[in-house]
Design a protein around this ligand. Sequence first.
Ligand SMILES: NC(=O)C1=CN([C@@H]2O[C@H](COP(=O)(O)OP(=O)(O)OC[C@H]3O[C@@H](n4cnc5c(N)ncnc54)[C@H](OP(=O)(O)O)[C@@H]3O)[C@@H](O)[C@H]2O)C=CC1
Ligand SMILES: CC(C)(CO)C(=O)C(=O)O
Length: 309
Amino acid sequence: MKIAIAGAGAMGSRFGVKLQQAGNAVTLIDNWAAHVQAIQANGLVVTKDGHDTVVPMTAALPQDVHSTFDLVILFTKAMQMDHMLQELKAQLSNQPAVLVLANGIGNVETIERYVPQQNIVAGTTVWSSSLTGPGHITVTGTGSISLQAIAPDQFHDLDRIVDTLNGAGLKASPAPDVLAAIWKKAGLNSVLNTYCTLFDCNIAEFGALPNWRELTAGVLDEFQAVAAAANVAFDAQADTDLIAAQFAPDKNGDHYPSMHQDMANRRPTEIDFLNGYVAQLGQKLRVPAPNNALLTQLIHSQEALHGIA
Ligand SMILES: NC(=O)C1=CN([C@@H]2O[C@H](COP(=O)(O)OP(=O)(O)OC[C@H]3O[C@@H](n4cnc5c(N)ncnc54)[C@H](OP(=O)(O)O)[C@@H]3O)[C@@H](O)[C@H]2O)C=CC1
Ligand SMILES: CC(C)(CO)C(=O)C(=O)O
């Protein structure tokens, strides 16, 4: 398959390598010029278990991409997605399938402004990765992907996408209810990303806290109440189990969540698409979500203290 990874930071690069190694023609597209130039000049450096591998890859700034693709995988941050879609309008006019696996709630609504519903596939992933510097990622653990077409009756290529991802060892499977899957992942991120950032710890260290279950329930019980009012299926207990499954080192125990990486790199976080989204929706639906509102304020305060606009 001819695949564009639009947003080739930590995750986009990790997925790009795996898809290329499985025989796909992959182009990494990103707006960070130093990152693109480093890959063009030296290849992408992937550090795993202390060993570096250099992978030659095609990388380009969005304005320098002139080919068309069968599949565009969107892996920007939630707040960069609109801009990336605008930049790729010419490529999107060729009607590729567009797959989004970025974290946060509300990405599909952004994509629908540029891509017909029948071409959109959405999902979530618990793979992880860190962007260590321009042209350099560090990876640990393994993960999986859940995905579904937004208009399943009109999209007939899901099996091909699932097979392509699985051919690259990415462990993909169709989700019966994609909105429920997105909320489930957002619940996990609203616990792990937010607390690990505030406590400056990795996922295993959060899991070792004696009160991790109370901290988790404070977030997820509110998610469940807001989800019920919004007619979205959400099970706080199932999400707690998914969170507990991340603590092992061969899963995501050694990983510092992407929000922690953003704060460390002095970059804006996705908090408004996670706890902040649920706090705001709760306000609109008259379902109180004070813990999520407070956590949103705490992260924004930390951003301000770090000088992040
Ligand atoms: N990292 C992870 O383990 C996981 C992340 N996700 C989700 O995947 C999506 C993509 O996240 P992720 O891959 O972590 O994103 P990254 O932060 O690695 O990269 C996103 C973009 O931010 C910019 N950027 C990042 N770091 C720098 C820097 N130091 N200097 C300049 N620009 C920089 C680049 O684009 P630009 O120049 O255009 O700003 C880059 O494409 C998000 O929704 C995230 O929540 C999901 C699962 C796990
Ligand atoms: C915590 C993790 C790895 C879960 O997959 C994630 O989504 C992130 O770092 O943003």
